[in-house]
Write a protein that binds this ligand. Structure first.
Ligand code: CP3
Length: 362
């Protein structure tokens, strides 16, 4: 049905198989730092106008791949499509980030929550199929969703937050309500990711962007347990192909063993973690994705190359002491800044390929 993959290095690294170079893609690789993205967004009129239109979503997904030799594509959409489908009324006010018209702040609002009809998210699955066709086997397509906890942060706060006061108030004063919301979110996210896999996604990633704001103990109970509830329901294979599962917890460096224990294929790391130390802790069970500081992209080319070398060196030799490929997917430690000079991305991607090839022939 789809063209065979010409470059499967990303999928191979996720499954800890050998590759000729370290594959690289960037969180938020399609976005406002690209002038062509800003032009398409202006034509679409709004972020949701872009995300809900199959042709626009396909166009912006492919934009970074036309500029840079990236090893994976990621669906153009947003984690907040799921609570939007639950009826919370999502909008993106220019320059202010996401906002929900009806945040979930009390028992009555939680009682009304339910796993949404996946038909409301049809536009996402249509985009996945359209992108997969347009890729024509160039690189694999990653689907994604927010973690149940990270979605709950936006659902309760109604927008981004500096202190997570409202969502944490609910967590500590009404844990029963929080558990109910998280269970619904987990089942919704699992259905949503399985539908993306059926529509053509070749790997899936769970963004637990705000797991790291939780206290030790609360993280395991309110974030990780529900990410695990998602993973347990996910397809591991589709049409004979393994579908790698990636879990990224920003600020999760202290809990790597706990995260590996829920059995994702890949653990995403932010820049606070040393890759070699993470590999020693959990590298026998999972591949690692990350983790250069996105602000490196504001430095001159020589400094970017030096930081890429340092990151690849910290991961260490491609083949581990057990004779198995380690499995490193190069990425940023979090999303790319909208202020990033596009030329810097070219320097980074080329350096990852060049240096990692050199490490393999050494
Ligand atoms: O990586 C990609 O290129 C795929 C697309 C993608 C977007 N959002 C597009 C987007 C992905 C994977 C996301 C995930 C997402 N969305 C996360 C998890 C990753 C992370 O960054 O931690 C979160 C927390 C969100 C919620 C969200 N969406 C916020 C906080 C914002 C506003 C912040 C900002 O950068 O303005 C968005 C909007 C958004 N999602 C934009 C893009 C390209 C910018 C909006 C625009 O074009 O106006």
């Amino acid at each position: 049905m789809y063209a065979p993959l010409k470059n499967d290095s990303f999928l191979r690294a996720c499954l800890r198989q050998t590759t000729e170079h370290t594959p690289v893609w960037l969180m938020r690789q399609a976005g406002r730092y690209l002038p062509e993205y800003r032009a398409t967004r202006a034509r679409a009129g709004s972020f949701m106008g872009l995300a809900t239109n199959t042709d626009y979503a396909t166009e912006v997904t492919l934009q970074p791949l036309d500029r840079y030799p990236l090893d994976a594509a990621i669906l153009f959409s947003d984690i907040l499509t799921v609570p939007d489908a639950m009826g919370l009324g999502l909008s993106f006010v220019n320059g202010e980030g996401p906002r929900f018209a009806s945040p979930v702040r009390d028992e009555a609002a939680v009682a009304q929550l339910a796993v949404p009809d996946m038909d409301k998210l049809r536009y996402v699955f249509d985009a996945v199929t359209s992108i997969r066709k347009a890729l024509n086997g160039r690189v694999p397509l990653i689907g994604f969703a927010g973690s149940p906890w990270t979605l709950a942060c936006y659902m309760v706060e109604g927008a981004g937050s500096d202190d997570y006061r409202l969502v944490k108030s609910m967590l500590y004063s009404r844990p029963d309500l929080m558990h109910r919301m998280l269970a619904i979110n987990a089942d919704a996210v699992a259905l949503y990711l399985n539908a993306q896999i059926e529509a053509g996604a070749q790997a899936v990633m769970v963004f637990d962007s705000w797991g790291g704001v939780l206290a030790d103990g609360a993280f395991q109970q309110f974030s990780l347990a529900y990410t695990q509830r998602v993973l347990k329901q996910l397809k591991r294979e589709h049409e004979g192909q393994r579908i790698p599962h990636i879990v990224f917890t920003k600020g999760g460096g202290l809990w790597l063993e706990d995260i590996a224990a829920i059995q994702p294929d890949v653990v995403g790391l932010d820049w606070t973690v040393n890759l070699g130390a993470a590999r020693a802790r959990i590298g026998d069970r999972v591949a690692l994705q990350g983790n250069i500081d996105p602000n490196v992209l504001f430095a001159p080319p020589a400094a970017i190359r030096a930081e890429v070398e340092r990151t690849l060196a910290s991961y260490g030799p491609p083949i581990g002491p057990d004779g198995r490929a380690g499995g490193h997917v190069f990425n940023l430690g979090h999303g790319i800044s909208q202020h990033t000079p596009p030329e810097s991305v070219a320097v980074l991607v080329d350096a990852v390929h060049e240096v990692s090839r050199r490490m393999r022939s050494a």
